[in-house]
Design a protein around this ligand. Sequence first.
Ligand SMILES: Nc1ncnc2c1ncn2[C@@H]1O[C@H](COP(=O)(O)OP(=O)(O)OP(=O)(O)O)[C@@H](O)[C@H]1O
Ligand SMILES: [Mg+2]
Length: 317
Amino acid sequence: MFEHNDALSGFRLGIFGKGGSGKSTVTVLLANQLQTQGYAVNLVDADSTNVGLHHALGLDRPPDPLIDYFGGMVFSGGAVTCPVDDPAPLAGANLSLNSLPENYWARTPSGVILLTLGKISDKGPGAGCDGPIAKIARDLTITTDHPSPVTLIDFKAGFEDSARGVLSRIDLALVVVDPSIAAVEMALSMKRMINDIRDGAVPATAHLDDVNQVTTANKVFSETTTRDVAVVLNRIATSSAEDIICDRLDDYGVPVLGVIEHSETISNAWMLGEPLDLLPQMDAMELVVARLESLCNAVPQPDSTHGQATRQVEMGT
Ligand SMILES: Nc1ncnc2c1ncn2[C@@H]1O[C@H](COP(=O)(O)OP(=O)(O)OP(=O)(O)O)[C@@H](O)[C@H]1O
Ligand SMILES: [Mg+2]
C-alpha cells in the first residue's frame, strides 16, 4: 500500500495535446493513480467543447460549471473576461472547497475532486466562452482540507489556451502524444513556447490601449511558474512505434514519462461511458507518477528575473 505522499502537493499540471491524442484518458488515469498514492487531487475540466469526462470518472453527472459561479462570461454580459483582452486576475479565484457550494464540485468514487469550468453547448448559438474559461483555468486555486492538492487541468485540444497565458500559471505542461508526427510536433512547439516565456518573451499587447493592461499582461508572463514540458505516449501498439516517437522527442530533450498502450478496454470504456479504473495501464501510471515526482523536484521553479533558463531536466527513474 502507498504511504501518504507530498512530493507533488501544490503542483498544477496542465494536460495538453492534439485533438484525440488521449488528454482526457491520461488525465483520468493520472488523477486516479495520484489519489491511490495518497495525494489529494483536483481535476479541472477546462475543455469548453467535449462533454463526458464525468463518465470516465464514475460519476452520473458533472458538477455545475464554475463560469456560472464566477458570474458568467463577458460576451453574455457576465463578469469573466478573456485574458487576451483583459489580463487582470480573476476576482475571487482563490477558493476553498469548504465554502464552494456543493453543486460546483463532485467527489469521484476514487476521491478525486472534479470541477468543470464551462461548456459552450450550455451557452447557446453565437457564444464563445473559450477566453473566459482560459482565464478561470489560469487563475483558479482550490484549497481543500488537505493542505495542498495536486491540480490536473484537462485542456481543450491544441494551443490556443496555452497562448492565452495559462502556461504562466502551471508548473509542468504534460503533453499527450499519440503515434503521429503532428502530436510530436505539438510537444516540440510547447517546449519552444515554454522556453520563450522563461527567456522573457512578452505576450502580444498591440491591441491594448490601456498601459496598465499592458503592464499586467507582461507581469503575468514574467511571473511564470512553468518549469518544463514532459510527454506521456498514448495509444502505442508496437515497440517500433514507441522507439520512433521516443527517439524523436529525445533529440529535442523532451522527457517521456510513460507509455500507455493501445487498449480495447480503454476505447470500450469511452464508448460505453464507463469508468476508466482498475486497468492494467495503472502500472504505467505508477511509473509516470514516480517520474513526475523526480522531474518536478529536480527542475527549480523559475524566478521572475528571467534570462537564466538554462535548467536541465534530470530524469530520476
Ligand atoms: N490507450 C488507448 N487505447 C485505445 N483507445 C484509446 C486510448 N486512449 C484514447 N483512446 C480512444 O481515443 C478517444 C479519444 O481519447 P481522449 O478523449 O482521451 O482524447 P482527448 O485528447 O482528450 O480528445 P479531445 O481532443 O477530443 O479532448 C477515446 O474516446 C478512446 O476511444
Ligand atoms: Mg479531452
